[in-house]
Design a protein around this ligand. Structure first.
Ligand code: PHB
Length: 389
């Protein structure tokens, strides 16, 4: 028998390794995460990152045949620094994929640079309508929501709950204003009227002045948008001001997602609308929640889901393009055909690249956002101003 001697075998193995090594490292796919790791949205950035990495780990560290590596930039949820930060990822780090951001103003700057450069961008939170509106492009996708979508859902739910006169309270920046618009559209279509709009500059958390105005207006109910650390404080201040018993508090789901532990009893009964809820009880959600809490020792939230699904979307596109995110047309065609098996429930991607998804009304009961009902099935953002080239 012609057996290979051990020396020859070792030499062969070494030469194979040498030949493979440079190609292997060149094949790594660099994901540039531009997320808030400090400030009022710090926890949101952390859970998006956790969710994304969890999915990649479950796939053995590679998507579409490409091993994933990460570069992180702290966006600080600061639009004034966004252009510099995204340029750092594109020019200095030469990333293959941009992942970000949480704040709508930051995401708009990222989308502009993605559109100019052709770099793949996946938005795992920020709702800026423009990202899947006038700035839409074959290489830009969102796995979260549009501001219009979440506002619209809670507006419809509040009208269905029989409220006629609402006061709106929100942070004054793009996301707050766009969610408010969606809210008004649905609430007024359902027979309600917004009697007062109250604004707090982002990211301020001095709520006393607006809470005094809420009490003076005596509405049927209150609509609000705050998130992260700001949402924790708003819900606590609302209760401390004695408004909770008199004026039911509603909001887009960010008000109570990932925040309940800190809000405690003050959040009980708050109703919000979102594309995710606790205890959905589906096999996909159960498996996701178990894996997330095992990996991170914490309960996941909507931001973790959005990060997880961003990695799922990347996998679909990379698998269809042989691992090349620059093949935008093929990447997009595969993503548009896919149905994503998300912890939130299955969703598809619209022509303007935003999720078409069920919107849940939830109510805080104990330490969970419990589903009350599906407010809108398969809600699709109208994609106003998008003409996909
Ligand atoms: C946004 O700026 O689009 C934004 C930020 C935080 C949220 C939701 C939306 O929780």
């Amino acid at each position: 028998m012609n057996r290979l001697n051990p020396y020859k075998l070792a030499a062969l193995a070494a030469s194979l390794l040498l030949a493979a090594a440079p190609a292997y490292s060149a094949e790594k796919l660099k994901v540039g995460m531009m997320l808030p790791f400090t400030g009022t949205y710090a926890k949101l950035g952390a859970t998006i990152k956790n969710g994304f990495k969890l999915y990649v780990q479950q796939q053995g560290g590679s998507l579409g045949g490409r091993e994933i590596e990460y570069v992180e930039v702290d966006s600080e949820a600061n639009p004034a620094k966004a252009v510099d930060n995204v340029n750092k990822l594109i020019l200095q780090h030469n990333v293959d994929v941009l992942l970000g951001s949480v704040h709508s103003g930051v995401a708009l700057a990222m989308a502009k640079r993605a559109k100019e450069s052709g770099k793949l961008l996946i938005v795992p939170n920020a709702g800026a309508d423009g990202v899947t509106g006038p700035l839409c492009a074959p290489n830009i996708f969102r796995t979260s929501f549009s501001n219009w979508q979440t506002g619209y859902a809670i507006g419809k739910a509040m009208a269905e709950d029989g409220h006629k006169r609402a006061v709106a309270v929100t942070w004054k920046y793009g996301s707050g204003e766009e969610q408010l618009k969606g809210f008004k559209e649905a609430f007024e279509k359902g027979g309600g009227k917004v009697i007062e709009e109250l604004f707090v500059p982002f990211p301020n958390v001095e709520f006393q002045a607006v809470l005094t105005q809420v009490a003076a207006a005596k509405p049927d109910a209150v609509y609000s948008f705050f998130a992260g650390a700001g949402a924790v404080k708003f819900v606590k201040d609302y209760a401390a001001a004695g408004l909770k018993g008199s004026f039911p508090l509603y909001g887009t789901g960010f008000l109570t997602d990932g925040t309940l532990e800190a809000q405690g009893a003050d959040a009980q009964g708050v109703k919000t609308a979102l594309h995710y809820a606790d205890q959905l009880g589906t096999p996909t959600d159960n498996a996701f929640r178990a894996a997330y809490s095992k990996a991170y020792g914490d309960q996941p939230d909507v931001y973790a889901v959005q990060g997880y699904d961003a990695a799922q979307l990347l996998k679909v596109g990379l698998t269809a393009t042989g691992g090349d995110p620059k093949k935008s047309a093929e990447f997009a065609a595969a993503v548009r055909k896919a149905t994503f098996d998300s912890p939130r429930g299955p969703f598809t991607i619209s022509k303007s690249h935003n999720p078409i998804q069920d919107m849940y009304l939830r109510e805080v009961k104990g330490d969970v956002n419990k589903v009350v009902r599906v407010v809108v099935k398969a809600l699709e953002d109208p994609g106003r101003g998008c003409s996909m080239k």
